[in-house]
Design a protein around this ligand. Sequence first.
Ligand SMILES: [Zn+2]
Length: 272
Amino acid sequence: MKKKIKLAGAYLWSGFNKIRKIFSCSGVYNVPILCYHSVSPENTSSGFRLKPDNFEAQIKFIVSNYNVISLKELVSNMYKKETIKNAVVVTFDDGYKDNFTYAYPIFKKYNCCATIFLTTAFIEKEINLTEENEVLEPLTWAEIIEMKMSKLISFGAHGHTHRMLSNIASNELGDEIKFSKGIIEKKLGENIDLFAYPNGQLRDFSKETITVLKKNGFIAACSTIWSTTNTPKELYYLNRIIVDRDDDINNFKLKVSGAYDYLWFFHNLKRS
Ligand SMILES: [Zn+2]
């Protein structure tokens, strides 16, 4: 869908969304989980790479207007069925070096917490995650450990090779999930129990994937299915809001407010 059509949809939906939030039943968590990938001043054709000043304006806005909590805190509250008001969660996928170079200083400046989902074969430099002919560098383990020590940044698994989990044969699926968890746990010396599906649309994971995640001790998993709300039933396919390069601060505010939540219907139509 073109950007202008999406924006028109957001304006149409935003009024209804305000009413929906007032009447949403208890058990619905109105806590947007933001999904970022990359922050860099370099000019790029890659839609998922935000300019640092744009990213900083967004972090400043959420820190000033919301309670930014960690994904772990949200998940733990969802398990306990405790309510959280006016909160936002920040996540990054893949593990690009610029998360340390450009995003981490902004997280420190605003005392903002975030979770980074690591693709372990990428961090280990066994594979490239190339987008539109650009080769982006991975984080190093030293950078990951430095961010972990700050207690602002926590880590989750994003698969070992970034393959779509629904395309992996049953006999390999366990290893794809286990490797990513095991490598991060060994390097960080802590339990890793949060997961984000590569690509993250409904066709990219299955009931079998969720069974394997549960068997390996994961307590929740993030998709890229669009919504600012989640229920405890969705702990293994948590909806997220993707933020990209073209989001100026006004569009970002619309996304966080839930004005684009109508996209949830389209993402669920794509079920194969
Ligand atoms: Zn990814």
